[in-house]
Design a protein around this ligand. Structure first.
Ligand code: G3P
Length: 217
């Protein structure tokens, strides 16, 4: 399972990278704005900086919502760095743009996916990643993890190579559940990733080992 961190915060990206388990980064316009990154040049520079920190894929989202605009913006983003994955919204023009880029060998992450049908279209259009937003479905009393299971079944039925990128992961159990279902990738906050480390018996056991070692010396 690949681990992406879902943030534009450079310190958090560095911390996850330093842990040695990071496979990539996802960002979106809201995450950029949260870090105070505004204006085209600053956003572009920020993507470059993220690419210099991590080794893996870095999703950069287009703002345009029409086909021509997405192509123009997507081409600019893809040219920034070979690590860039162009993130397109799951709308009709997004699917068209996905097919256009997939035919050219540009990696695409289809975002804002909330149904199995949307995921199927993304796979047929050649997306590298499809991003179902599980937390946002949970927020509206709908089973986010259930959507991951449905997409897994559909993709396995036909051997689609599009990777299921579980997005809008909010906490550590989301990661465990996605791993059980067989999501290819998860993207979540550093807190959710760090939560995997924690177990009180590890802390208690380590304290006891150190205490016994001291007694023996
Ligand atoms: O990057 C997209 C997605 O992960 C957003 O998550 O927590 O804003 O629903 P959230």
């Amino acid at each position: 399972m690949k681990f992406f961190i879902d943030t534009a915060n450079l310190d958090q990206i560095r911390e996850a990278q330093a842990l040695g388990i990071l496979d990539g980064v996802t960002t979106n316009p809201s995450l950029m704005a949260k870090e105070g990154i505004t204006g085209r040049d600053n956003i572009i520079n920020h993507y470059r900086e993220i690419c210099s920190i991590v080794d893996g894929d870095v999703s950069a989202e287009v703002i345009a919502t029409d086909f021509e605009g997405m192509i123009k913006e997507g081409e600019e983003l893809a040219a920034l760095d070979p690590q860039i994955v162009v993130k397109l919204p799951m709308i009709g023009d997004g699917v068209k743009a996905c097919k256009y880029f997939a035919d050219k060998g540009v990696k695409i992450n289809m975002t804002l996916v909330f149904s199995p049908g949307q995921a199927l279209l993304a796979a047929k259009a050649g997306a590298t990643y499809v991003s179902p937003f599980i937390g946002r479905l949970d927020d509206v009393s709908t089973d986010g993890l259930g959507l991951i299971s449905e997409i897994r079944l559909i993709f396995d039925n036909y051997g689609y190579e599009t990777e299921i990128l579980a997005a809008s992961v909010r906490h550590t159990m989301h990661i465990i559940d996605c791993a059980k279902i067989g999501a290819d990738v998860m993207t979540g906050p550093l807190s959710a990733i760090s939560g995997l480390l924690k177990h009180p018996l590890t802390d208690i056991g380590l304290a006891k080992f150190l205490e016994d070692h001291k007694k023996g010396n």
